[in-house]
Write a protein that binds this ligand. Structure first.
Ligand code: SAM
Length: 217
């Protein structure tokens, strides 16, 4: 890896937000998934969570068109498990959901650990998920059509979160744990070598100041 590439990878990783995430519930159209993940990358989301009953027909690498290299994807077996997992990790989970109790998405404090739940293209957020989350948020609509495309809704909400986090200085400090940071920078910089180390069950070697692999010991 050339030093300039290493600097670029660090610049992006330095701004990743481990406590801002998206939970995708059964969104199955590849172009929507791709657009969601691409926006997540743009805003600095570190990892995306997904529940997908259609995962037998789609794989992540088929849909993400490259963004999967930069945004981790965690699959959960069902929506109850996924929401519980995020709440146990201190996230407030807000469903982007056109319900009577939904508040304007700009009223949420996104500087706190937050997960945005997005519903499926046709049916929206499931009743089960709507009951389990911490609140519902809505992007006000003034047109004839009732809802936005799911990837557009994701972008609108995430860029509000980005605005708040920029104001709060959360992109100016490295937010990832040092151990995670070291692992991810190695995987980003040396994906093939990282795969070999993982297969062998070995931890990654250290990198030098210019991104070079340091000899063991
Ligand atoms: N008929 C579905 C419904 O009633 O929810 C529409 C689903 S919409 C195409 C897909 C997803 O995009 C929704 O589940 C929601 O997560 C998000 N979404 C779209 N428009 C939204 C809006 N105005 N406010 C909040 N979320 C929205």
């Amino acid at each position: 890896m050339i030093p300039r590439r290493y600097e670029r990878l660090k610049q992006v990783l330095n701004q990743r937000q481990p406590d801002l995430t998206v939970l995708i519930e059964d969104v199955h159209k590849p172009h929507n998934l791709s657009a969601i993940i691409r926006t997540c990358d743009a805003v600095g989301v570190f990892a995306v969570h997904a529940v997908n009953r259609h995962s037998d027909t789609l794989t992540y690498s088929q849909v993400a068109q490259g963004s999967e290299k930069w945004v981790k994807l965690n699959f959960h077996t069902d929506i109850t498990t996924a929401i519980a997992h995020l709440q146990q990790h201190r996230h407030k989970v807000y469903a982007a959901h056109l319900s009577d109790t939904a508040i304007d998405y700009r009223q949420v404090d996104y500087t706190q650990p937050t997960a945005i739940l997005l519903g499926t293209e046709k049916w929206g957020v499931s009743d089960q998920a709507a009951d389990l989350v911490d609140g519902h948020i809505i992007i006000p609509m003034q047109g004839m059509v009732q809802s936005l495309n799911v990837s557009v809704a994701n972008a609108v909400i995430l860029f509000e979160a980005q605005r708040q986090r920029l104001d709060a200085g959360l992109y100016e400090q490295v937010r990832l744990e040092p151990k995670t940071y070291r692992q991810v920078i190695f995987e980003w910089g040396y994906p093939e070598i990282a795969a070999i180390y993982r297969r062998q069950g070995k931890s990654y070697p250290q990198l030098g100041e210019r991104g070079e692999i340091l000899p063991d010991g």
